[in-house]
Design a binder for this molecule. Structure first.
Ligand SMILES: Cc1cc2nc3c(=O)[nH]c(=O)nc-3n(C[C@H](O)[C@H](O)[C@H](O)COP(=O)(O)OP(=O)(O)OC[C@H]3O[C@@H](n4cnc5c(N)ncnc54)[C@H](O)[C@@H]3O)c2cc1C
Length: 382
C-alpha cells in the first residue's frame, strides 16, 4: 500500500499530475462548468480504481489518508488541469460527516457505496426562502415508528438529476430557537414522494434541480449526529476545502483567455485595454499571494479562520471581473451565445461570463461573506 504522505511534495505533485494526465479525459476539463454523470462516470470510476477518489478519507475506508498539505497539492493539480466537479458530494461531504458524526453502522454501510458509485449523493440544504438564511428552512421531519416522514421543498440542489441519495436538513422541533430544531438525515431518493424537477441555469447547464419531498420515508437509523443536532453537523461540512474557493485557478484560466481574446480582437495595443488588463493581473497576483499565504499555514499544520472569507470574495470577484472585460474586449462578438468565430479558436465567451456568476453565490454569497468579515473581524454592529 502506497504511503502518499511519505513522498516529498514534489514527488507527490508529479504522481498526481501523472495520474490526471493519464486518466482524466478532455471532456471533464471544463473548469467551473457542470458535467453530467453520464460523461463523468468514467473518470470517477478511474479515480476509484486507482485509489485517487477520496484523498482525505482514511486508507481503511478506501481513501488516500492524505494530510491537508498533500491534499491541497492534489486539489491544485485538479485546478491546473481545469477538472470540473463530478458528483463530489459523497466524497466531499457525506464521507467526512459520517466519519466525524456517524454511527459505525452508517460508516460501514455508506462509505463503500460512495467509492463504488452505487450511491450518488446530492446536498439538500437550500429552500425557497432559506438560502443565505439557511436556518429558516421549512422542510419538516416527524418520527412515526422507526422512520422519519419528511415533507418539504429543496432548491438549487446540484446533481439531483443524477443522484440517488440526498442528505437533507429538516426541522424536527419547531418549539425551539430555529438553529436548535434541525436534524441531518440521509434519504434514499428511489422512492415514491421524491420528485426532481431540473432547473436549467443561465449558461444552459442542467446543473441543479428542485427536489420535492412528499411523505418521504427515511429510517430513524439514517439520522446523523443526533436529533436536533443537524445545524452543528452541517457546520462541520465546511472543512478545509473552503480554501479551495479562494484559489486563483479560475481567474488564471480566465486571464489566459482574456489575453488571447485581446490579441484576436486587435485590442492588445490599445493603452486603455492594456491598463485594465494590467489592473486585473495585479488583482490576480494579490489573490495568488493571499492564497499562497494560507496554503503555507495549512502546510505548516496551523489552523485558519475568517481569512477564508476574504479569499473567497477576492477570488470569485476577480474571476468574474476578468470574464466581464473579456466580453467587452471581444466587442459585438462577446454578446453572441454559442461559439464565437475568432480566428484561432472558437471560445464561448458569453458562457464563460455567465458561468463566472455562480462561484459568487454558492458556498455563501460574497455579500454574506462580507457580513461575516464585518461582524467577526472588524467587530462592526449587525
Ligand atoms: C451553482 C450553484 C450550486 C448550488 N448547489 C447547491 C446544492 O447542491 N445544495 C444546496 O442546498 N444549495 C445549493 N446552492 C444554493 C446556494 O447555497 C444558495 O444559492 C446561496 O446560499 C444563496 O441563497 P439564495 O439563492 O436563497 O439567495 P438569497 O439568500 O435569497 O440572497 C439573495 C441576495 O441577497 C443577498 N443577501 C441575503 N441575505 C443578506 C444579508 N443578510 N446581507 C446582505 N446581503 C444579503 C445575497 O447575497 C444575494 O445577493 C447552489 C447555488 C449555486 C449558484
Amino acid at each position: 500500500m502506497q504511503d502518499w504522505n511519505a513522498l516529498s511534495d514534489e514527488a507527490f505533485r508529479a504522481a498526481a499530475r501523472d495520474f490526471i494526465e493519464t486518466h482524466c479525459p478532455a471532456h471533464i476539463r471544463r473548469g467551473e462548468e457542470h458535467v453530467r454523470w453520464e460523461q463523468s462516470q468514467g473518470w470517477y470510476r478511474a479515480m476509484a480504481a486507482h485509489g485517487w477518489l477520496a484523498p482525505g478519507w482514511p486508507v481503511a475506508h478506501g481513501g488516500m489518508g492524505l494530510k491537508q498539505a498533500k491534499h491541497l497539492i492534489y486539489l491544485e493539480e485538479w485546478a491546473r488541469a481545469g477538472i470540473s466537479r463530478v458528483m463530489e458530494q459523497g466524497v466531499l461531504n457525506v464521507g467526512p460527516v459520517l466519519l466525524a458524526h456517524g454511527t459505525p453502522e452508517q460508516v460501514a454501510h455508506y462509505l463503500p457505496k460512495i467509492i463504488s458509485a452505487e450511491h450518488l449523493w446530492c446536498q439538500g440544504f437550500s429552500e425557497p426562502g432559506a438560502g443565505s438564511d439557511l436556518a429558516a428552512l421549512r422542510t419538516e421531519a416527524r418520527i412515526e415508528g422507526d422512520a422519519f416522514i419528511i415533507n418539504g421543498h429543496k432548491i438549487w440542489t446540484s446533481g439531483a438529476v443524477d443522484a440517488n441519495h440526498i442528505f437533507v436538513l429538516a426541522r424536527t422541533d419547531k418549539s425551539v430557537r430555529k438553529q436548535a430544531g434541525i436534524s441531518f438525515i440521509l434519504v434514499d431518493m428511489r422512492q415514491p414522494g421524491v420528485t426532481v424537477k431540473p432547473i436549467v441555469t443561465i449558461n444552459g447547464d442542467a446543473e441543479f434541480a428542485e427536489v420535492f419531498l412528499d411523505d418521504v420515508r427515511a429510517p430513524v437509523a439514517n439520522l446523523v449526529g443526533g436529533l436536533n443536532n443537524g445545524w452543528k453537523v452541517a457546520q462541520s461540512l465546511l472543512g478545509f476545502e473552503r480554501v479551495w474557493a479562494g484559489s486563483p485557478h479560475m481567474g488564471r484560466q480566465a486571464m489566459d483567455r482574456l489575453v488571447r481574446v485581446a490579441k484576436l480582437a486587435g485590442r492588445d495595443r490599445d493603452p486603455v485595454t492594456l491598463d485594465r488588463i494590467a489592473q486585473l493581473q495585479i488583482d490576480l497576483a494579490d489573490n495568488a499571494e493571499m492564497y499562497e499565504r494560507l496554503a503555507q499555514e495549512i502546510r505548516a499544520g496551523h489552523s485558519f479562520g475568517f481569512e477564508v472569507s476574504t479569499l473567497k470574495i477576492v477570488a470569485t470577484e476577480t474571476y468574474a471581473r476578468i470574464t466581464e472585460l473579456t466580453l467587452e474586449v471581444a466587442g459585438e462578438r462577446g454578446g453572441l451565445g454559442g461559439e464565437v468565430p475568432f480566428t484561432d479558436g472558437t471560445p464561448d465567451l458569453l458562457r464563460d461570463y455567465l458561468t463566472a456568476r455562480a462561484p459568487m453565490i454558492y458556498g455563501g454569497t460574497v455579500q454574506v461573506h462580507r457580513n461575516i468579515l464585518a461582524k467577526r473581524v472588524l467587530g462592526l454592529p449587525s
